[in-house]
Design a binder for this molecule. Structure first.
Ligand code: EPZ
Length: 420
């Protein structure tokens, strides 16, 4: 286990290169199961979650290797249709293999993610969509057992524009007989990128980028290659790192069109942003104005940036209200930030942040990916030394974030520990 030791107070300068999107590659990797053959993916981030998916691929009989952000995949000899609990418990995105396995082989045994199908972070929309396509679904011993002779295209409406459900259903429908309509589909950039990848494989998908997807089933698909889109959440996190330390930094290899909500809120807070085609320069010369945020599905303010915005508003000279509408209980970072002296009150799914109080370094513990990123941001502005334990959470979704921050001038060290 590693921990980060950070001494706050440094300003940042220079530029940082954003890695490929975690949630982009975690959707595209399963799509390669839909056609046997070899694939090359570029700009793949070297992350724990990518390693987890690669381990699952190995168990399925898929050859997968990642070298210098280039991934080589060979799906010629898939020999298993089971995604065991040991992988799915580590990473919910493993559930993405359900759609392709059912779509191509008509069978799958995939562990339910943590909790039951209908509990916190449910998968009911995934299962209902596959059932509507003609899949026989049963739940046995914490596993989804899926069987289908031939999937038949149909109309599927999603009660919630679920990213995962849209991806899983789309990957099952591309080889179905007939046409499938997914209404109220997610339009996150990672889903749009998945649809474009499937079209490059020979799928017929219309309405890409909209919440009404029309998928005309085809008999077979073929391998292709792809460049993974930049990670908009990593980009947003580094923009806030520049803002919270009142610095001037440039983030490169990003896609500003995927960051419109975050850019708007940073400008509202008083930051100056110069936006180019694939980079953004941010300048912050004083504490931010308090800016309220309510998370929403894309293109709204992303839930994956909520905890980072809570940390940022600690620097403001007023009171900001941050409301979480996607995962109402996604506030595990609040008590840890309070250990640093943050004044935050919780009211249902809203964090009321009283800015302007000096934070002091403390030993804090990460418990989820984006919450841990918020602790890191707090530590960058805290007086004295902080330790962030269980940084494996951060390593799940941020490629060498300590090296990138150090290169920008932050005082951060990764230290190996025997515990936590
Ligand atoms: C994806 O998770 C992302 N993960 C999450 O990013 C992100 O927070 C989330 O989308 C929302 O944008 C990946 O792409 C691997 P959802 P996913 O299905 O697909 C409800 C990160 O930090 N829902 O869009 O699991 C659900 O309870 C991670 O990178 C159902 O009700 O999210 C939630 O309230 C964390 N039934 C809402 O939809 C279902 O069957 C959004 O969930 C599925 C979802």
């Amino acid at each position: 286990m590693d921990k980060f030791v950070i001494r706050g107070g440094n300003k940042l300068k220079g530029s940082v290169i954003i890695s490929g999107a975690k949630n982009g590659v975690l959707a595209i990797m399963p799509a390669t199961m839909l056609a046997p053959g070899t694939y090359t993916l570029e700009n793949v981030p070297n992350l724990r979650d990518v390693w987890t998916m690669s381990q699952l691929f190995f168990d399925l009989g898929i050859h997968c290797e990642l070298t210098n952000n280039q991934m080589f995949i060979d799906t010629t000899n898939i020999k298993s249709y089971e995604a065991p609990y040991e992988h799915v418990k580590k990473m919910r995105a493993s559930f993405y293999v359900l759609g392709p396995l059912v779509g191509r082989f008509g069978r799958a045994k995939v562990s339910l993610p943590g909790g039951c199908a209908w509990g916190p972070r449910p998968v009911d929309l995934h299962l209902k969509g596959l059932e509507k396509l003609g899949t026989e679904i049963s739940i046995e011993g914490g596993y989804v057992i899926a069987k289908a002779n031939k999937l038949i295209g149909t109309q599927i409406h999603l009660d919630v524009p679920s990213v995962g459900a849209t991806g899983n259903i789309m990957m099952a429908a591309v080889l179905a007989k007939g046409t499938t309509i997914i209404s109220n589909a997610a339009i996150e950039p990672e889903i749009t990128a998945l649809a474009k990848f499937l079209v490059k494989m020979g799928a017929k998908i219309y309405g890409i980028g909209t919440n009404l997807l029309e998928i005309e089933g085809v008999d077979e698909l073929h391998p292709t290659n792809e460049v993974i889109i930049p990670d908009r959440i990593e980009a947003g996190t580094f923009l806030i790192a520049g803002a919270i330390t009142e610095s001037k930094i440039t983030i490169e290899n990003c896609n500003p069109y995927h960051l419109t909500a975050i850019i708007a809120k940073l400008e509202e807070a008083g930051c100056e942003l110069e936006v180019y085609n694939d980079k953004i320069q941010i300048t912050a010369e004083e504490p931010p104005k308090p800016v309220d945020v309510t998370t929403a599905v894309y293109p709204g303010f992303p839930t994956d940036m909520q905890s980072q915005w809570v940390a940022y508003m600690l620097k403001s000279n007023g009171v900001a209200r941050i409301t979480e509408t996607i995962y109402p209980d996604r506030f595990k970072h609040v008590p840890e930030l309070q250990r640093m002296g943050a004044q935050i009150e919780m009211s249902d799914n809203t964090a009321i942040v009283y800015g302007g109080k000096k934070l002091s370094g403390a030993i804090v513990m990460g418990s989820d990916l984006r919450g841990s990123a918020a602790l890191l941001l707090g530590a960058l502005i805290a007086d004295g030394e902080s330790e962030i334990l269980r940084v494996y959470h951060i390593d799940r979704g941020y490629e060498t974030i300590d090296k990138k921050l150090k290169q920008l001038g932050a005082d951060i060290e990764r230290v190996q520990t025997d515990f936590y």
